[in-house]
Design a protein around this ligand. Structure first.
Ligand SMILES: [Zn+2]
Length: 346
C-alpha cells in the first residue's frame, strides 16, 4: 500500500500530479492512485513523503493559530516614566447604548491603552447645527457620561453661536453650575464671525479654553466649517482666551504654519492619519508647550493616535507636555476656581 495520502495534503504534493492522484484515492476509497503510479513515480513519492516526515519530526510543534491576537502590554510602546496620558478630544458616538454605557466602554479601553483622563464633547449623535433644545440634549449626554467616572472623564460644553442666549445658558448650566471645563465649537458657523464675540467674552471671564474644529479641506471647507486662518482672526480679537485648533487643520503642515504666530492658539493632533513627522514639526514650529494630544475617538482609534506621539522623535519632556501638562494647564483655572467655590448643589 502506498501511504502517501498524508503527503498529498502537505505543500510538497499540493499541486503535483501525485497529490491529485492520492487525493482521489483518499476521497473515493478506491486504489486508483496505486493503479496510476509507475514504479519510478512510487519511489519518488516515497522519498518525498519520507523527507517531509523527517522535517516535521525535527521541527518543534507550532503554536496554534488563534482568531484574535491578544496584545501583551510589554509589546506596546509606553510613554516616558511618570507621564500621564490625557485625551483632550473625544466623543460619545459609535455605540448603541446610553451615554453612561458608552462611558464605561471607553473606560475599559482607556485602561487598556494607559489613558488616565479624557475630555468628552457632544452627544452620541452629532448635530452640526443644533437648536437650543438639541444643545441641551448634546450636553446632557456628556454630563451623564461624566457621572460614571468624574475623576477621569471631563467635558467641554457644546455651543452654537447662532443661538447666543441659549449658548450662554449652557455655559452657566454645564460649567458654572456643572462639571465641564471648557467650550467646544464645531461647524455651525465659521469662527471668525462677530456672533462668537459674546461667547468668547464669557470664556475670557471664566478662563475657559475653547476647542474649535478646524480644517483645510481639499476642494474647500463645508459651509460653516472653520479653517485655522479663521481661528487666528478670532484669537487675535480675544487675546485673553486660550484656543485649541482641533485636528491642526487636518492638512497639518498648513495648519501648524497658519497658527504659529498667534500665541494663544494650541494645536491638537486628533483625528487624522498618523503621518510620520507631524509631532516633530509641531514641536519644532510651535514649541512643545503648544501641542496637545487628542484621539477624536471614536472617529479614530486610540492606538493610531497614540502612535503619533509615542513614535515621534521628541524628548521625554516634550512628550510629557503633549500628553499631560499642556491640557492640564489649560483647564487648571476652572478646576482651581471650582475647588475654591464649589457650585451650589441646589
Ligand atoms: Zn472631534
Amino acid at each position: 500500500m502506498f501511504r502517501i495520502c498524508h503527503g498529498a495534503c502537505n505543500p510538497v504534493f499540493a499541486d503535483s500530479h501525485l497529490g491529485k492522484l492520492c487525493s482521489e484515492k483518499s476521497h473515493s476509497g478506491s486504489t486508483r492512485a496505486q493503479v496510476g503510479l509507475s514504479r519510478r513515480q512510487w519511489l519518488m513519492a516515497s522519498l518525498q513523503a519520507g523527507a517531509w516526515t523527517a522535517i516535521g519530526a525535527a521541527m518543534p510543534p507550532s503554536e496554534p493559530i488563534v482568531a484574535e491576537a491578544v496584545a501583551k502590554p510589554e509589546w506596546l510602546p509606553r510613554p516616558a516614566p511618570g507621564v500621564e496620558i490625557w485625551d483632550a478630544h473625544a466623543h460619545l458616538d459609535g455605540g448603541t447604548g446610553s451615554p453612561a454605557d458608552r462611558a464605561r466602554f471607553l473606560l475599559k479601553y482607556m485602561d487598556r491603552m494607559g489613558i488616565r483622563r479624557m475630555i468628552l464633547c457632544m452627544g452620541p449623535k452629532f448635530e452640526p447645527d443644533p437648536t437650543p433644545e438639541q444643545l441641551r440634549e448634546q450636553n446632557d449626554a456628556v454630563l451623564e457620561a461624566i457621572r460614571v467616572a468624574p475623576d477621569r472623564l471631563l467635558g467641554f460644553v457644546y455651543l452654537n453661536p447662532k443661538h447666543p442666549e441659549a449658548s450662554l445658558r449652557e455655559i452657566e448650566r454645564c460649567v458654572v453650575q456643572g462639571p465641564m471645563v471648557g467650550i467646544k465649537l464645531w461647524v455651525a458657523m465659521r469662527c471668525h464671525e462677530a456672533a462668537l464675540d459674546p461667547l468668547m467674552r464669557r470664556a475670557a471671564e471664566l478662563r475657559l479654553p475653547v476647542l474649535q474644529h478646524t480644517f483645510f479641506r481639499l476642494g474647500g471647507n463645508l459651509p460653516g466649517e472653520s479653517s485655522p486662518d479663521d481661528l487666528v482672526l478670532l484669537a487675535a480679537r480675544h487675546p485673553n482666551v486660550n484656543f485649541i485648533c482641533a485636528h491642526s487643520g487636518a492638512d497639518w503642515e498648513r495648519g501648524i504654519r497658519a497658527v504659529r504666530a498667534q500665541k494663544n492658539i494650541w494645536v491638537d493632533i486628533a483625528g487624522f492619519d498618523p503621518t510620520a513627522g507631524l509631532v516633530e514639526m509641531a514641536v519644532r514650529e510651535l514649541g512643545p508647550q503648544r501641542v496637545i494630544f487628542g484621539s477624536d475617538v471614536s472617529g479614530r482609534s486610540f492606538a493610531s493616535q497614540l502612535a503619533k506621539v509615542l513614535s515621534a522623535s521628541v524628548p521625554p519632556e516634550a512628550q510629557k507636555a503633549i500628553f499631560w501638562d499642556n491640557i492640564a494647564r489649560l483647564i487648571e483655572p476652572v478646576l482651581t476656581r471650582r475647588n475654591r467655590h464649589p457650585p451650589n448643589p441646589s
